[in-house]
Design a protein around this ligand. Sequence first.
Ligand code: SF4
Length: 240
Amino acid sequence: MNMSGSLQKEDIKSLVEGLNFAQKVDRSMELIHEAYDKFGEKLVVANSLGKDSMAVWHLARRVSPDIRGFIVTTRHKPRETVEFMQEIVSLYPAIRVFKSDDPIPDDLYKTNPNRCCDILKVKPTRQAIEEMHVECWVTGLRCTEGQTRTDFQENEERDQGLVKLNPILIWYEREIWQYLALHQVPVNPLYAKGYRSLGCEPCTAISSGPDERAGRWVGTSKAGGECGMHTRPLKVDYEI
Ligand code: SF4
């Protein structure tokens, strides 16, 4: 089965609604398998330490325990996430951590959150991709997460020479939890407090309702939005 072609929005919707949990797991494994056959060690998993990333990391390790990963962390991550990161990195030494120590105003997340995300998140992501010689990065992005995530594909090439694979694009939130529970995958303790989408401490709130990302950047122009890792160019040389 070759699943690298692009799908129409309606096709993605029918996969989201039409496949059952087990079929989605098989499809995700197949997508990672195909990409790993093609890219080998140049395929790397991005791990944000959220539930979706942990599911993708587990799926990828089932495809091959040799697959590497990277985490982008920031000075504003909650204590629980930092502790969870330390636990995960000691469990999986194949995961490298990237962080920007650039001097920026302490309140940049308030005055200019886009700039803050560019410096603290997009820049170290670009660094990870360059230093790890990545040609295919694998993410935990899902099209059912919220209004900003409905236009993505399972396979994308927004940057020339860099494929982005979103192998769980069509999973529902509950299917992530189903997978994590069935495989006893460790999860960030912040979920037990009611968070549904995790980010930096000042920009993340507990939320309810249909939009899973509604607790991100509440009260700013970026509300429910994106940090830029999925929307900004990662390979072309542009100034951050
Ligand atoms: S999520 Fe908030 S604190 Fe974190 S990098 Fe973006 S704006 Fe800055």
